[in-house]
Ligand binder design. Structure first.
Ligand code: SAH
Length: 215
């Protein structure tokens, strides 16, 4: 039987490096964060699969590759203040905490936010601030942010999040239809949003004022 640590190193090697993740800081961060602490206990032996996994309330912990892709697109150096929208299990927030100075994360489902708080504490990331509410409205009292990561699919660029970016700040968000999106990197610039589209992806819908309506 391989240990969680061995499985984690294999995940980074095969699923991340073996594809196209090249940012050494992102690779090192994902070698450190114990994903098994963010999945439900009964799925712990599947923690390093190349897949999203159910975490309850109809939501999922994102596929490791997508977490890496989002982090790489944010181009973090360690000094940034970051907002993570769609806390879910807290895993993405933990990886961001390895890469940036300060992390705030917001989740609309209170039970998930509570479990994420516990997961983050167990994994050693209690400095991440977990908020409950509609993340499509951002966290105005903590804005502006150098970077914002959205882990749920939006129908359009979430304008209120864009407005909470610092000048030259970066926002990564899956944009498209309910069942198929593309990951977009949006950079705040004096001329307005500069958008770079990348990989096709499929995230659970962002539900809220600037998301999809209903569940
Ligand atoms: N990054 C998470 C992935 C969670 S899936 C992880 O690593 O585990 C996306 C999450 O976004 C779900 O938990 C869902 O409840 C949440 N979500 C959807 N719409 C939201 C909104 N408007 N505000 C905050 N969270 C939202």
């Amino acid at each position: 039987m391989l240990s969680d640590e061995e499985l984690r190193l294999m995940m980074v090697q095969q699923q991340l490096r073996g594809r196209d993740i090249a940012d050494e800081r992102v690779l090192a961060a994902m070698e450190r964060v114990r994903r098994e602490l963010f999945v439900p206990p009964e799925l712990r032996d599947r923690a390093y699969e190349d897949a999203a996994l159910p975490i309850g309330s109809g939501q999922t912990i994102s596929q490791p590759y997508m977490v890496a892709r989002i982090c790489e697109a944010l181009a973090l150096t360690g000094r940034e203040r970051v907002l993570d929208v769609g806390t879910g299990s807290g895993y993405q927030a933990a990886v961001l905490a390895e890469l940036a100075a300060e992390v705030d994360t917001i989740e609309r489902i209170p039970e998930l936010a509570e479990r994420a708080r516990e997961n983050l504490a167990t994994a050693g990331y209690e400095r991440v601030r977990v908020h409950v509410g509609d993340g499509t409205r951002g966290v105005p009292e903590r804005a502006p942010f150098d970077a914002i990561a959205v882990a749920a699919a939006a129908p359009d660029l979430p304008q209120l999040l864009y407005e909470q970016l610092e000048p030259r700040g970066r926002l990564v968000v899956p944009v498209g239809r309910r069942r198929a999106q593309r990951l977009e990197l949006v950079v705040r610039s004096p001329e307005g949003p500069a958008v770079i589209r990348s990989v096709p992806c499929r995230f659970v819908p962002l539900v809220g004022e600037q998301g999809f309506d209903g569940g």
